[in-house]
Write a protein that binds this ligand. Structure first.
Ligand SMILES: [Mg+2]
Length: 258
């Protein structure tokens, strides 16, 4: 019974709690809703698309620009960035950098165009507890942004189609950043523009790559197991706070204070 017993695997530096909505662990003394600014990842954290419109857009774009398909099957997609996924897919296909790099901007543009064109086929699902969490943080006066490996037009499109756009005042996107840590740096800079240079900033994401990118920028991180990584796997990467989902995080707030 996963939700009725605290797993002995939670390291001693964490306090852990089992809510009716799932498990939560946090470093002692931390309050998840006391940061000044929040950088939310999109895919696997705020929402998901079983319709795979974004995923399929890569091969369609490649076909339009270069005349051949492109498989993402060998590529790690979760926690990556769109430009990095493109690079990794070409590398996996044995296509040299100098062959496709000259077409990179056209390829990225075509990915955006394809996602916009196929947007009606998206099956976007908002993750549990997302809206109440965003409302809770907004009521506390927090600065809310997205920090995503999505290209900007795709990220905003997903948020608009799920009604989540209104919750966010700034964003960090991958258009100019192949490396996730660089995207997070830009998003953190945007957060500081709004919240002040000394603002405490936390990244909220669903993969070990989100955790690593936050650490590379000396930022705190909340990991949520609503993507492909399990709660236990995320905990191995030592986030400050780990939750099975945002609903559990909210429930923990209501039922127990660190
Ligand atoms: Mg993600």
């Amino acid at each position: 019974m996963q939700n009725t017993a605290i797993r002995p695997t939670v390291p001693a530096v964490y306090r852990s709690y089992v809510t009716p909505k799932g498990r939560v662990a946090w470093r002692s003394g931390l309050l998840w809703d006391q940061f000044d600014a929040y950088l939310f990842d999109i895919d696997g954290t705020l929402l998901r698309d079983p319709g795979r419109v974004h995923y399929n857009a890569f091969s369609k774009a490649c076909y339009e620009v270069l005349g051949h398909s492109l498989s993402l099957e060998p590529v790690t997609v979760a926690g990556s960035t769109d430009p990095r996924i493109l690079r990794d897919a070409f590398a996996a296909a044995g296509i040299a950098d100098e062959t496709w790099r000259p077409h990179q901007s056209r390829l990225l543009e075509a990915i955006c165009t394809n996602v916009a064109r196929d947007a009606a086929n998206m099956q976007l699902t908002v993750m549990p507890g997302v809206v109440p969490t965003l409302r809770h943080l907004a009521a506390l006066g927090k600065w809310l942004g997205v920090a995503t490996g999505n290209l900007e037009s795709i990220g905003w499109l997903k948020l608009e189609r799920t009604g989540l756009r209104e919750h966010f005042t700034f964003g960090g996107f991958s258009d100019a950043h192949e490396q996730r840590a660089d995207m997070i740096a830009a998003a953190a800079a945007a957060a500081r523009d709004d919240a002040g240079v000394d603002a405490s900033i936390v990244v909220v994401g669903d993969t070990p790559f989100d955790i690593a990118a936050a650490r590379a920028n000396r930022l705190s991180v909340i990991a949520v197991a609503t993507g492909r990584s399990s709660f236990d796997h995320l905990l191995e990467h030592a986030p400050d706070i780990c939750a099975e989902n945002l609903e559990a995080l909210l429930a923990a707030k209501c039922e127990e204070q660190p």
